[in-house]
Ligand binder design. Structure first.
Ligand SMILES: *[C@@H]1O[C@H](CO)[C@@H](O)[C@H](O)[C@H]1NC(C)=O
Ligand SMILES: *[C@@H]1O[C@H](CO)[C@@H](O)[C@H](O)[C@H]1NC(C)=O
Ligand SMILES: *[C@@H]1O[C@H](CO)[C@@H](O)[C@H](O)[C@H]1NC(C)=O
Length: 307
């Protein structure tokens, strides 16, 4: 009997030895949920229990065992919030690319969820930093064609916004303001398209306004799905069409065009037309103001993209 037990042990040992060394062991990881990376919006932070903290928890509840990384831009919550107004977006994107490339849990790819300006920032990550691979990109009220107005600001930051509005009026496209003011870097003035095209250091670059960077296009097209959520009653984003890549027609600030009517799409400068034809673009609408949605709506409409 004793030797039988010994055989069993040996057998188990051999089995686990084989299990640990064979190449198909990799299959075990394939059943692990794809991690999620979150980038918060203006005046928010990685970890506010009422915003990103809530979303992180909700995703963890819905998809047990998932790794969720809510990006913190800076070393403290206060810095993280401050940077959402004052840290050059190109530097922020570099920083995030660096964080993602060093995170071992992301080597097999990740899904990305960007809230408000975090949406266009994560799109820049997809376009500039193909490794690790972004699988699905979901933007909530993102401003893919920028904004022409800052009607109001979230939470406690209204005094900061008043100051920012002043700066934007002073000269959104002057280089000191471009270098240091996040909202100027996606400021899109339809009355001065030329100036925007020439001077915007962030949005005009990622939207291929000055030239076509083929790697931006190829990288974006690697996404499996690009989901854009628009809030039909959004009072913070001007114009709301920007959440689906539309914008004011040049020379006025009233009528808007859709993505499909834009030069960006028609010349397919960013791969969006090809992605649309391949059914990789998803346009979702929800009622409600900026970033206002119910837990049920999120579970029914967003969680499936994360599974
Ligand atoms: C295109 O984008 C890549 C990735 O950000 C960058 O390294 C490269 O310099 C860009 N090319 C041009 C011509 O701007
Ligand atoms: C934008 O750049 C182009 C090409 O360099 C130039 O011809 C044009 O005058 C510039 N426009 C503005 C408003 O800066
Ligand atoms: C927007 O909000 C107002 C006020 O709450 C409401 O009456 C209206 O139906 C909403 N519109 C949409 C499109 O959700």
């Amino acid at each position: 009997m004793a030797s039988q037990g010994g055989e069993w042990t040996l057998l188990l040992f051999c089995f686990s030895f084989v299990w640990e060394t064979v190449p198909w062991k990799i299959n075990r990881n394939a059943t692990e949920p794809t991690p999620v990376v979150i980038w918060h919006g203006m005046g928010d932070s990685c970890c506010n229990p009422l915003s990103m903290g809530f979303i992180k928890k909700l995703v963890e509840q819905e998809i047990p065992g998932i790794y969720v990384l809510s990006l913190e831009i800076g070393n403290t919550i206060a810095e993280d919030m401050e940077n959402s107004f004052f840290m050059n977006v190109n530097d922020q994107v570099n920083l995030v690319c660096n964080i993602l490339s060093k995170d071992k849990k992301l080597v097999n790819g990740y899904n990305a969820m960007g809230f408000s300006q975090g949406g266009q920032f994560l799109r820049a990550v997809a376009q500039r930093c193909p490794s690790p691979a972004m699988v699905n990109l979901i933007t909530f009220g993102g401003q893919h064609q920028g904004v022409y107005g800052l009607p109001h600001c979230p939470g406690v930051s209204s005094h900061i916004c008043n100051w920012i509005r002043k700066m934007l009026n002073l000269g959104a496209y002057s280089s000191p303001i471009q270098e240091h003011l996040v909202q100027a870097e996606y400021w899109h003035d339809p009355l001065n398209e030329d100036l925007y095209r020439n001077k915007s250091i962030f949005l005009a670059d990622i939207n291929q306004e000055r030239g076509v960077n083929e790697s931006y296009k190829n990288n974006l097209m690697k996404l499996k799905k690009f989901v854009m959520v628009k809030f039909s009653n959004d009072t913070m984003v001007d114009p709301v069409a920007s959440e689906w890549f539309g914008f004011y027609k040049a020379g006025q600030a009233k009528d808007t065009y859709d993505l499909q009517e834009s030069v960006l799409y028609q010349e397919d400068r960013l791969g969006l037309k090809a992605m649309d034809k391949a059914r990789k673009l998803e346009f979702l609408t929800t009622n409600g103001d900026h970033l206002q949605f119910s837990k049920e709506w999120f579970i029914n409409n967003i969680v499936p993209y994360l599974k």
